[in-house]
Design a protein around this ligand. Structure first.
Ligand code: FMN
Length: 178
C-alpha cells in the first residue's frame, strides 16, 4: 500500500498493519466539521470539510483541505477567499446538504438561506458562527489540497454547545468520492 505526498514529495511505502491502526484511530476521533463556501466569477460553491484546523495564533492562520474531485475545489481555484462555517446540531440538514450533494448536479444555494458577505463570499444564514479567510497559499496534502487562510472577517458565536462533529456525519455518503 502506498500513501502519496510524503514529506519529500515522493510516494512512501506504508505497511498494511500501520495503515489499519491509523484508520482505526482516526475513525474514532470526533473533530469539528465545517461547511466551506466560496465564490469566483459569479459561481458559488460549498462543501462539508473535516480536514481543517487552526495552524497558528500570531499570525492567525487556518488550513482547509479540499479534494480536487469536488465542485468546490474547482471554484476555489479561481477564488481569493473561503468562508468557513460552524453549525449547531439543530441545522444538521444544511450540513448534510453540503456534504451529501454536489454542485456539479444541483445548486445548493437554492436550497438554503444565505447572503453575500465580506469579499463577496456566500454566508450561510443558519450557521452558528463563521469567518472569511483570504487564501494565502495552496499546497498538496496528499489527495487533498491545503488552502492556507488568513481570517479577515467573521461572526463569532455567543455560545456553541452542540456543534456538528464527525460523529454526526460519519455515515453520510459524500456527494463526490474523495
Ligand atoms: C464526513 C465527511 C467529511 C468530508 N470531509 C471533506 C474534506 O475535508 N474536504 C473535502 O474536500 N471534502 C470533504 N467531504 C466531501 C464533500 O463534502 C462532498 O463530496 C460534497 O458533496 C462535495 O460537494 P461539491 O462537489 O459541491 O464541492 C467530506 C464528506 C463527508 C461526508
Amino acid at each position: 500500500m502506498r500513501f502519496p505526498g510524503g514529506a519529500n514529495g515522493k510516494t512512501e511505502r506504508v505497511a498494511e498493519p500501520e495503515i489499519e491502526s491509523f484508520e482505526k484511530l482516526v475513525a474514532l476521533l470526533n473533530y469539528p466539521m465545517y461547511v466551506v463556501t466560496t465564490q469566483a466569477d459569479g459561481v458559488m460553491a460549498g462543501c462539508l470539510v473535516g480536514f481543517a484546523s487552526q495552524t497558528s495564533i500570531h499570525p492567525p492562520r487556518f488550513l482547509v483541505g479540499l479534494s480536487p474531485q469536488n465542485h468546490t475545489f474547482q471554484v476555489a481555484a479561481g477564488a481569493t477567499h473561503l468562508a468557513v462555517h460552524v453549525f449547531d446540531h439543530e441545522h444538521l440538514d444544511i450540513v448534510e446538504l453540503f456534504g451529501g450533494q454536489t454542485g456539479d448536479k444541483i445548486n445548493k444555494f437554492d436550497r438554503c438561506s444565505w447572503h453575500p458577505g465580506p469579499a463577496q463570499m456566500p454566508i450561510l444564514d443558519d450557521a452558528a458562527a463563521w469567518f472569511v479567510g483570504k487564501i494565502l497559499d495552496r499546497f498538496s496534502l496528499g489527495d487533498h489540497v491545503g488552502h492556507l487562510l488568513a481570517p479577515v472577517a467573521g461572526s463569532p458565536p455567543h455560545e456553541l454547545e452542540r456543534w456538528v462533529s464527525f460523529g454526526d456525519v460519519r455515515d453520510l455518503q459524500p456527494g463526490h468520492e474523495a
